[in-house]
Design a protein around this ligand. Structure first.
Ligand SMILES: NC(=O)c1ccc[n+]([C@@H]2O[C@H](COP(=O)([O-])OP(=O)(O)OC[C@H]3O[C@@H](n4cnc5c(N)ncnc54)[C@H](OP(=O)(O)O)[C@@H]3O)[C@@H](O)[C@H]2O)c1
Length: 282
């Protein structure tokens, strides 16, 4: 039976990927820095992506890996080193979690970092697949405190984004990690339609049974509200992301989720219904 190593196993996509892989009957090795963490159904392996020795040990005997880590100024370095260690360990299937519109010359730093990792992996000479998901619908959970009070704000105007539910990213990743035929492919993963933040507010209002309003704001005002709460690289990167969305550059709808999983991608109304309790209780 194949062993799949999942990095970021306790995170947004990883936590949905573990059960999706278990459903497919593979052995799952969940990577975490927390030695006290139990991931049901999976072997837990303690490793830190910034500690190459721990990563090399985690990789022993893995047949496939899910390469994912949170945004950080050294994310590209950490991820390329992980990919090198995977090659050294003889892994023959590497699935890279990148981002929609990753490009070396993007004005968005996160998209440049992801493009660097993609380019590195393409030169490694091992089987690999790249997943480029659009904005996560689960990113809305960060706005739960104000949504529970009836509003949320962002510097995005009335631009539409084909935002995706991370459960669909996990389902698509489980397919490419366990089935043949995806080597060398890049899949852009989106939701089933592009939605404006007013439409997201409408979906939340429907699910909560009470009014949730979206207030568009300027980048300057948005930044002022977060200054001191986020490190500068993160705040600047977030503003670059929003400027990219506001320019309408993340509105294409792709069919990759359905093509890979055979199921329709979840809509924002599904996301709102399934997370209503979180938005009510904050
Ligand atoms: N947010 C979006 O809308 C969006 C859209 C497209 C693409 N993306 C991309 O998605 C990726 C993941 O971002 P995310 O914020 O959702 O993160 P995430 O996948 O939730 O990852 C967080 C997890 O990473 C683990 N982790 C953190 N630092 C680590 C380290 N040094 N070594 C090993 N594990 C570590 C932590 O696990 P433990 O605490 O258990 O160790 C944590 O649970 C990023 O590359 C981002 O660019 C995000």
């Amino acid at each position: 039976m194949d062993t799949v190593l999942v990095a970021g196993a306790t995170g947004t996509v990883g936590s949905a990927l573990i059960p999706a892989l278990l459903d497919r009957g593979v052995t799952v090795r969940a990577m975490t820095r927390d030695s006290g963490r139990v991931v049901p159904g999976a072997e837990t392996v303690v490793a830190d992506l910034r500690d190459p020795e721990s990563v090399a040990a985690a990789l022993k005997g893995a047949d496939a890996i899910f390469l994912n880590s949170p945004s950080a100024p050294d994310a590209a370095e950490v991820q390329t080193r992980f990919a090198d260690l995977a090659r050294d360990a003889g892994v023959d299937r590497l699935v890279v979690l990148s981002q929609y519109a990753a490009r070396a010359d993007s004005p968005v730093r996160f998209l440049r970092w992801h493009a660097g990792v993609e380019a590195h992996v393409q030169e490694l000479g091992i089987g690999h697949t790249v997943l480029r998901p659009n904005l996560y619908l689960q990113a809305l959970l960060a706005f739960a405190a104000t949504i529970s009070q009836g509003f949320f704000t962002a510097p995005i105007g009335d631009a539409a984004v084909s935002a995706i539910d991370t459960r669909d990213i996990a389902d698509a990743a489980a397919v490419v990690l366990t089935e043949a035929g995806h080597t060398g492919r890049t899949y852009t993963l989106t939701g089933p339609r592009a939605v404006t933040h007013d439409q997201i507010a409408e979906a939340l209002s429907g699910a909560l049974g009470r009014e949730v309003a979206f207030h568009a704001t300027s980048a300057g005002r948005f930044a002022a509200g977060l200054t001191g709460l986020l490190p500068p690289w993160q705040l600047e990167g977030l503003l670059e992301d929003y400027a990219h969305y506001a320019r309408g550059e993340a509105a294409e709808v792709h069919t990759s989720v359905t093509d890979l999983t055979g199921a329709p991608a979840r809509d924002v109304t599904d996301f709102a219904r399934d997370h209503a309790a979180v938005f009510r209780s904050e």
